[in-house]
Write a protein that binds this ligand. Sequence first.
Ligand SMILES: NC(=O)C1=CN([C@@H]2O[C@H](COP(=O)(O)OP(=O)(O)OC[C@H]3O[C@@H](n4cnc5c(N)ncnc54)[C@H](O)[C@@H]3O)[C@@H](O)[C@H]2O)C=CC1
Ligand SMILES: O=C([O-])CC(=O)C(=O)O
Length: 308
Amino acid sequence: MKVTVVGAGAVGASCAEYIAIKNFASEVVLLDIKEGYAEGKAMDLMQTASLNGFDTKITGSTSDYSKTANSDICVITSGIPRKPGMTREELIGINAGIVKTVSASLVEHSPNTILIVVSNPMDTMTYLVHKITDLPKHRIIGMGGALDSARFKYRLAEALEAPISDVDGMVIGGHSDKGMVPLTSHATRNSIKVSEFLSEERLNQVAADTKVGGATLTGLLGTSAWYAPGAAVSGLVQAIACDQKKVYPCSTLLDGEYGLSDLCIGVPVVLGRNGIERIVDVSLSDAEKEHMKASAEGVKKTNGLLEL
Ligand SMILES: NC(=O)C1=CN([C@@H]2O[C@H](COP(=O)(O)OP(=O)(O)OC[C@H]3O[C@@H](n4cnc5c(N)ncnc54)[C@H](O)[C@@H]3O)[C@@H](O)[C@H]2O)C=CC1
Ligand SMILES: O=C([O-])CC(=O)C(=O)O
């Protein structure tokens, strides 16, 4: 199993590290445009192999896509991150150009690959990849919901004063401060609805804190987060590589599901060796349906800024 990660920055390196530590891939190629940077990150990570007990071979490349040839899975993390006070949508001007050239080069060298898009604004970048490559839709996957759901579970566990392993919950919708739709009505603590434990007001606070999860960390760190994003990407990569058939919310091209079409937005999907093997249609409350509709309008507005 060969995995390429483009962008050896904070998220790309974290993602490569988690993939290696989980020890399911034979090879990870890190590629960056900065001279020597990916080679340096790869060497540093390889020097953790005997300490962390993995056999995955990590190599680095400066813009040489021949090294990525025949990758089973490619991850795009190249692009600028936001600074405090910015929205993800403001990154479109620079990141669209980067994602366009990177995805074309990846597909040229790995025509059978499954592509995972991470660069922001992620739903719009995922849509862009559909427009400029001829990969089938089940092989183009946007990562956002897996991370947002992990943050939701963190906030739920905090409010419930319960261990995170007892908590389950999912966030669908656009990966943006306003567009996320935390499914509070479906969230559970060991199979019991969380509304049995938390007031509506507290649950609304959990949802609000979840939606600004990325912005909160950007304010604290001065740039956006990388540990949880890297771990979330490695989860998707593992689900595909190991044919786990796990359900994750991912950004995917919709064609009528959830009453939406011609956009990529986060919905629950089954992930296996073929990429997105099924889109799961979950029944939503009226409020969640309205929220999803507004989220889709936001994503479409950002898509409208693309020069296609
Ligand atoms: N979808 C999600 O849930 C998340 C998305 N992100 C996004 O991921 C992206 C990366 O974030 P960080 O790793 O923190 O940024 P970073 O600045 O640490 O790393 C980005 C890397 O991309 C490289 N790069 C730029 N243009 C390139 C090109 N044409 N080819 C190859 N490499 C290129 C840069 O040299 C840099 O090393 C940002 O757009 C950020 O907003 C970050 C966290 C979560
Ligand atoms: O907040 C950001 O800009 C990066 C990101 O998408 C996240 O951490 O959720």
